[in-house]
Write a protein that binds this ligand. Structure first.
Ligand code: ADE
Ligand code: ZN
Length: 336
């Protein structure tokens, strides 16, 4: 119990949380009803919030999860829907002792349903402003591109005037790459990342979640990301492991996600000890808290139970998260 309080009190930074992944089943059903969205009737998982939640405990892979994730977010229509969703997450984050939250969203999954980019960003950014003023959590919004869709669609969205405006005015300050990983290697998106880099945006990509370490290598070499999301395949490549350690690049590890999506068997199989021994900087994150059964603090507790880390090791992990954040230097100083 005292260690729980210690983990809660640490000034944690969350770097890997998809806002759409904070949509809890009972809210999903409420929004479906409010917005007249018909959920799939040929899948008994959608019979009730309870049956949906129990289906989440039986994911078989990343793609099996993504199927439910994209259906789930189809109930989000108005700016207030997006604002309420993000606010629900920020309340959890605050209760967990998260001091700074860098959150992802998936614009392509909304614009294909004729929900405009501005609707999504207006709602999310309102919740971010509220989190800053009412909860004292600093926030950063990152737009992720979906790697299972044609590359040209990501380039077209990136060039869209509404999207460009959100980058220019600083509402959204970075890009990421997510969705189905296998067979969609980072190098497919080299043009998108080169453009974003030229505009001074922060760059990250999911890599080495289900796919091998070579995906981490090309995210770094070809996309020139400054962060890797997941990256649990890294220890399988000793050369890359020492290269990433030397670069001080941050890995955003999501232990409960890795178990629920069957990337590893148990939390003890997440390579926490190997990353620590190699001197790799990493943070501990929730990924999609409503789907994987835990928020940021639950992930820290799970790691502690599996690895019995020392106080110094935890202080070092949280410090790496602060240093690897994309917030202003002044804010880092406050958190350190
Ligand atoms: N989108 C939301 N969560 C994701 C994950 N864990 N991997 C890839 N894409 C995602
Ligand atoms: Zn993710």
């Amino acid at each position: 119990p005292t260690f729980h309080a210690f983990l809660r009190a640490l000034p944690k930074c969350e770097h890997h949380m998809h806002l759409e992944g904070a949509l809890r089943p009972h809210i999903l059903f409420q929004l479906a009803s409010k917005n007249n969205i018909t959920l799939p009737q040929d899948d008994e998982a959608f019979a009730s919030p309870e049956s949906l939640l129990s289906r989440y405990q039986r994911f078989t892979s990343l793609d099996d999860f993504l199927h439910y994730y994209y259906i789930g977010m189809s109930v989000l229509i108005t700016a207030s829907d997006f604002e309420d969703l993000a606010w629900d997450y920020f309340l959890h984050a605050s209760a967990d002792g998260v001091a700074h939250a860098e959150v992802f969203f998936d614009p392509q999954a909304h614009v294909v349903r004729a929900v405009t980019y501005s609707t999504v960003v207006d709602g999310f950014s309102r919740a971010c402003k509220r989190a800053e003023s009412e909860l004292g959590i600093t926030t950063i919004l990152t737009s992720c591109f979906l790697r299972h869709l044609p590359v040209q669609e990501s380039l077209d969205l990136f060039d869209d005037e509404e999207v460009q405006k959100s980058y220019r005015d600083g509402t959204v300050t970075g890009i990421g790459l997510d969705s189905s990983e296998m067979d969609f290697p980072p190098e497919l998106f080299v043009e998108l990342f080169a453009k974003a880099r030229k505009q001074g945006l922060n760059l990250t990509a999911h890599a080495g979640e289900e796919a091998p370490a070579s995906y981490i290598a090309t995210a770094v070499s070809d996309l020139r990301v400054t962060r890797i999301d997941h990256g649990i395949a890294l220890p399988s490549s000793p050369d890359l492991l020492s290269q990433i350690a030397a670069s001080k690049m941050l890995l955003t590890v999501c232990p409960l996600s890795n178990v629920v999506l069957r990337c590893v068997d148990t939390i003890a199989d997440v390579p926490i000890r190997k990353l620590l021994d190699a001197g790799v900087q990493f943070s501990i994150n929730s990924d999609d808290p409503a789907y994987f059964g835990g928020h940021c603090l639950d992930n820290h507790v799970a790691v502690h139970e599996a690895f019995d880390l020392s106080v110094d090791e935890w202080v070092g992990i949280v410090r790496a998260g602060i240093e690897g954040s994309w917030c202003a230097t002044e804010r880092k100083g406050e958190l350190l």
